[in-house]
Design a protein around this ligand. Sequence first.
Ligand code: PLP
Ligand code: COI
Length: 341
Amino acid sequence: MAKKDIDWGNIGFGYIKTDKRFVSNFKDGAWDEGALISDDTVTISECACVLQYAQTIFEGLKAYTTEDGHVVCFRPDLNAKRMADSAERLEMPQFPEDRFVDAIHQVVKANIDFVPPYGSGATLYIRPYMFGSNAVIGVKPAQEYQFRVFCTPVGPYFKGGVKPITIRVSDFDRAAPHGTGHIKAGLNYAMSLHAIVDAHGQGFDENMYLDAATRTKVEETGGANFLFVTKDKKIVTPKSNSILPSITRRSLMTVAKDYLGLEVEEREVFFDEIGDFVECGLCGTAAVISPVGCVNDHGKEIFFENGKDEMGPVITELRETLTGIQMGHIKAPEGWIEVIE
Ligand code: PLP
Ligand code: COI
């Protein structure tokens, strides 16, 4: 076993092809047993449902090298469950949750030399996904599907790592009430591409989406949920049926309550009140928890008092405790860490 010759400390959040990926096909009402393969390309009909009607869902999770040299992944059972929920909403067959977790193990093991070393600042990002693969021309679900898992080493999602970012309030919506914002469907991200290119073009790092119905409540960004900190150190996170139930956010709420003794609250957060918060973070697998220093509302700047130049103290504590759990130097709650053997 020899680690790949990669400059781990300097990679960004990009795709690096690894050796093996897992593939299983669904046909005639059943999944085949699946296999690890070397071919990184996909061959499907020109009329595949995914190509015509975007019938595709995905997940994202990470594997880490711990301080004592194990390779572990973080709560893959929750990704399996969320993918099953996404499949149900898009009329796709569910990939059995135990087989999902097993596929993660297989892929990480088969690409073990791509798992960044402890302390390098990089991690192995794992991308399970599923799509309708047979030809469909009338608008209806496919009958055949492919489930795949690949992985790629990654560095920080936001350039500059943990420097507070500036986001802007988006005039575009990400998700409709009763739509698909709560599942991880490719179509939600297609929706956000124009908004993110436009935001970047204007010098912002991300978009803050508001609720589409009233445009008064904070939802999430294109790839992460929000956490806010009040003056008296309470952690507040938006509650909404049209945001993705982030596994990182749910874990951080537990960390805040059980490890840091902080009060936590999941509730509707009105845009008008965000200036009262003293810190703001974006949480997700890719983002971990990344500090937001400023929200730009059509030229009006709203700063978070304790986190505008550097990551604030509460977000720092949350980040250090969560990554400490993931890297194995803080004891994890039961069932959070899965060792790859
Ligand atoms: N919200 C959106 C829209 C996302 O794409 C992601 C990333 O997966 C998240 C939130 C964070 O979710 P998680 O913490 O499960 O990665
Ligand atoms: C993740 O954090 O896993 C995501 O899927 C976010 C994505 C925008 C990279």
